[in-house]
Design a protein around this ligand. Sequence first.
Ligand code: NAP
Length: 262
Amino acid sequence: MADKQFVNNLFDVKGKVALLTGATGALGKAVAIGYGLAGMKVFVTGRSDDKCKNLCDELTAQGIECGYSIGDPAIEEDVIRIVKDAVEKFGEINVLLTAAGYNHAQPIVEQELSEWKKIMDSDVQGTWLFCKYVGEQMIKQGKGGKVILVSSARSKMGMAGYTGYCTAKAGIDLMAQSLACEWTAKYKINVNTINPTVFRSDLTEWMFDPESAVSQNFLRRLPIGRLGEPDDFVGPCIFLASAASDFMTGANVAVEGGYWAN
Ligand SMILES: NC(=O)c1ccc[n+]([C@@H]2O[C@H](COP(=O)([O-])OP(=O)(O)OC[C@H]3O[C@@H](n4cnc5c(N)ncnc54)[C@H](OP(=O)(O)O)[C@@H]3O)[C@@H](O)[C@H]2O)c1
């Protein structure tokens, strides 16, 4: 039977160490701040030294314990080094959130193979490599862990020009489901995806123009009636990092304003 202490601890993530990829992006940054203000130690990574350093300075100024290491999520030696740096800084990793990703929408007959590979590398290979090396670390620690892979509502819906992106995000959903089968019972590592629809970022800012026909059409079939703000992303990420989600694994968690419902 649940008691007061059990309920009070459900969402308590204080002291956990999180490694975040794509932390310099709109969603990654919002989660880095959210996790930090919830009392987590935050280790951020991206490919730009300046962007990572500025982010870490911004977090530190808010009283958040933060570290960073730069590298490309699709390069194995970089990932091995970043994971090592995170463990050196904070001693362990309890939560992995992968938010690095890239898209270039193009018809398949116009898309170069190199561009397809860039989408696959940033979304699929990078996610796989971080799962492999953070997973190895979590297994070694023997305390379980939470792995949250940022996918997309597009993982289950086709779209013209999106053969790379939709395929990549569908792969991330099944990567989470396969890892849940591989890890959760044996190591108490929960693996879930978050599947967002349009959230404000540098790339999607144009969709927030109320005059845009694309935006108006999109909103017409979005039950929640507005597009996402980065802060809308923080609660689900804290939930999936907390004990409140201990019975969830292999789930593709819709954070999409009801887009899949319509
Ligand atoms: N915003 C949305 O509407 C939305 C909707 C559905 C899904 N998503 C997914 O959510 C995740 C985060 O999105 P966001 O809106 O925060 O994106 P964002 O603001 O564009 O940030 C993307 C992040 O990914 C990294 N990145 C970009 N290109 C990369 C590449 N070729 N290789 C490796 N890393 C790369 C960037 O880091 P550096 O350049 O510093 O290395 C940056 O931190 C992505 O996986 C995206 O697909 C976003």
